[in-house]
Structure formats: structure tokens, C-alpha cells
Design a protein around this ligand. Sequence first.
Ligand SMILES: [Zn+2]
Length: 511
Amino acid sequence: MTEKQRVLLCGDVEGRFKLLFNKVDAINKKSGPFDFLFCVGNFFGKNNADLEPFKAGTKTISVPTYIMGPNDDEGLVHYTDPTGGEICTNLTYLGKHGLYTASSGLKIAYLSGVEKGKDVAKECSFDHKDVTALRNSCLKGCPSFRGVDVLLTSQWPEGISNLDEQKPDFEYQGSRLISWLATHIKPRYHVSGLENVHYERSPYRNQHESQDGINIATRFIALAKVANPEKKKWLYALNLTPLDKTKITELMMKTTDETPSPYPQSMLQNNPNKKTEEQNQYFYDMESKNDKKKIKRAKMEFDQSKCWFCLSSQDCAKHLVISAGKDIYLALAKGGIVDDHFLILPVTHYQSISILPDNVKEELRLYKEAIKLYCALNDRVPVFFERNFKTSHCQLQAVPIHKNQAPALKETFQEIAGVYHITMKELNEDLKEVAPPGAPYFLVEFPNGEQLFYKIKKDFPLQFGREVLCSDRILDVPDRFDWKDCQLSREKEYMLAENIKAKFRPFDVKL
Ligand SMILES: [Zn+2]
């Protein structure tokens, strides 16, 4: 699975289009193909005649090129559509701000212009509303948000050279709102221009509200103007695997020159306008009877190091682990219905299958296939079910039953659901479409691939899946209904896991 994306980054072009596109063309032929060219800073200059042959179609741009908006009145006149759009083939203005997700999954956040000030036109600047909107669109629908791949801002963030031993010796016009934005959306690469300086900061580790251990590092890269006489670097090539498809261990890896975040901790606050009054207000609210806010806060501070199912946690029952992949691991259920009652779980903390990134979902599918093969060895088939309700870490249960018991499954599930006045519906669409992030649900998948789904409204019988499988129509083991009645001593658990591990080994997922 090669997911690598090849990206070119470029500083202020200022009208030197011929130079830029010739150089890009040469690099593309030599070490391409590249997927993208992103230009920060001023793209247009005093003389823009070089662009005409590209607009007329007599010359072509070989790498899809994306540019940022104007930074001053001079630049403004070159943008006909302020909302963004194509300028000519393979040349696109991204727009004021937004998140661009490539088909590979690569996420590029961009913020055009400079921070609002008295001398800057509205069309060339951004304010706290813009950075908040951009932050929100990056975080939307991502409960386990880790970061974005690239953040493009023409202006530098304020304070970026703090804590860096190799910091450039000059004064730059940094934006505090950009520092705030970068703190929140955690880019792997943050690229800026405008200062005609080439500066690559030592990577810094991002800060986070909670200590869940998956804060990625950011590399800040500032690029100089295209073809500057001092020959400072203005073009930069990146080889990048989208964040969502990168191993956690890789993201956690530290370089020797890594520093803590150069931004103050106050940047973590929700409001980009630093106002201590508002901060006080926030804490006041928390202590008042505003329980809703309190609960939300408590949830955010969930301690992953104490999660039973996070593989890195000290409380995880590692002796029950049967196989560990890249993002998924397989374990025995504590007090399983049968000896080889499995749990398929993500290695790090996700709430439910409905929000798993595609690569994790794909690995989960491989584990399901492996279990099917394992079961087939003695004429059995697995039933998979997930209860995303009153659980915190995503777990897909896999219970092997004899293949002759399979035809009764669907009816039995529906019948027992009926006892609880629950109607389960057949699921033919993607889970994501019926279960928005955070929505509780119960899902069962039968050996023939059919699925039944129930969106939990208020309450749900916690042992429902077990109850159906233990019933006389299926496994007929009523005494194994409650897992607590089936618990083994730690020693016996260990022996059982060793035994199943050996049996499972021939079918284990090879990544
Ligand atoms: Zn967890």
C-alpha cells in the first residue's frame, strides 16, 4: 500500500511564472511526477505578462498548482473571483480559507492574506472569525482528530522561532491568530512566505488539552521569493503519507532536535482573542451549575493511559492479546461466551467503528477475514457485533458458532429485539451514513454478510448481543449470559490465550 503523495512547496512568485514553471517542469521530469505545487505569499507581481501563454494555452503547467489569496491592495486586482477557482488549466486559487482534502486523504488547510490591521483591506486580511471557522472545519466530524498534513499561511505565525537555537536573526511580521490556528489544527508541515527568508525550524511537539500521548510534531518551513538573487531556497519537495494513513509509532517518533511548542499554553483556549476576562468567565461557568459544560469538559479529559482497551495503557489486559497488527489488535473477551470469543479493537483510542479512518477499517476487515478462515477449520462461522453505547473504546465482538446455527440468527436477533420493543433494520448503506460521530448504536453482522442496525435512542439492554447468542435457538448456553459469571482466573486466562494464539497463528493477518 503506497499512499505517498509528492508535494512541491514554493515561496512568493511575484510574477516570475516562466521561471517557476520551467523549474517545476524540470524537477517534475527528473524526480516526479508530483501531485501538487502549493505557492504561499504573493503569487502575482508588478509584471504578470509571463502568465499569458499559460492562460492562452500555448504553454502548459505540468503540476497541478494551487495559490493563496492577495496580501495587499496591489495583489487584490489580480483576483477576479474572491471565493477561489481556476485561473487557467492546472492553476487554481484556493480561496480565502478552507480545508482541501485530496483523493489520497491528504489534508491541506489554507488561510490567505495577513492578520487584520488598520492598513489592510478586508479582502486581503483575516480575523478571529476566519481562523475559528477554519479550525472548526478541520475538527468537524473527527472526534479523534490528530492534525492536518499541511497548513499554508502566507504570513508567518507569531513566536514561531521561540525555543529554537537556530532561529533567524531578524524581525518578522508574525500573526498571533495563525499561532492560535496552528496550535489547534496541528499541521505536520506549516509553510509560510512573505519575508523572503528561508527558514526551517526544528520540529516542535504540539500541545494538547489532555495527555493522551498522540500529539504530532510540526515542521515549520518558510520559503524565500522565486529566483531571488541571494539564491535562498524558494522551492521545497515533500514526500508525504497522509496523516490518517501513517503509523502512530511513526508520528510519535522524535528527532534529536525536537523542541516543545514555541507557542504559549494560552493558545489552547477556545477563543482566539486572548482576553483573560473571557477565560475567567469560562472557569466561572464550569464551577456554576452549568452541568452540560462540565460533562463536556470531563469527556475531553478522558485519560487514555487508563483505558482498558488502549494497547498502550497500563490497565490493558495484554495477556489476552492474540495478535497485534499496525492499527488493529485481536484479543480474547474476558469471560467469553465460548473459549475463542474474540474482540477486534483499534490500537489507539477510537469510540466506535463508525468513525474509524479508512485504513484502520481496512485492517479491521482483514482481521474479520482471518477469523472467518480460523472458524472454517471446524465448520464454524463468526457472528460480529458492536455495541457503541456505554463503551468508551471501540470493540467489535466476534463469536464463532456452528455453521448450522447460522440460518436462525437473523430471526432470533429480531425476535429478542422485539421483546425490548426494538426494531432493528437491515443495513445496506455505509455505517457512516446512519451513525453520525458520537451517535450510539448496535450493529450485528451475520456470516452471510447481512447486517442489522439499531440507532440507540435512550436505553439499550447492555447484554443484548450475548443474550441472543446464548439463547436456545443458537448456542444454547444460558448460563454464559453474563460475562462476570464466566470470568477465569488470570492464570487460566493466560493459558487459554496461549492456546488460542497457537491455533490462530496460521490465519494471522500479515501486513
Ligand atoms: Zn482506549
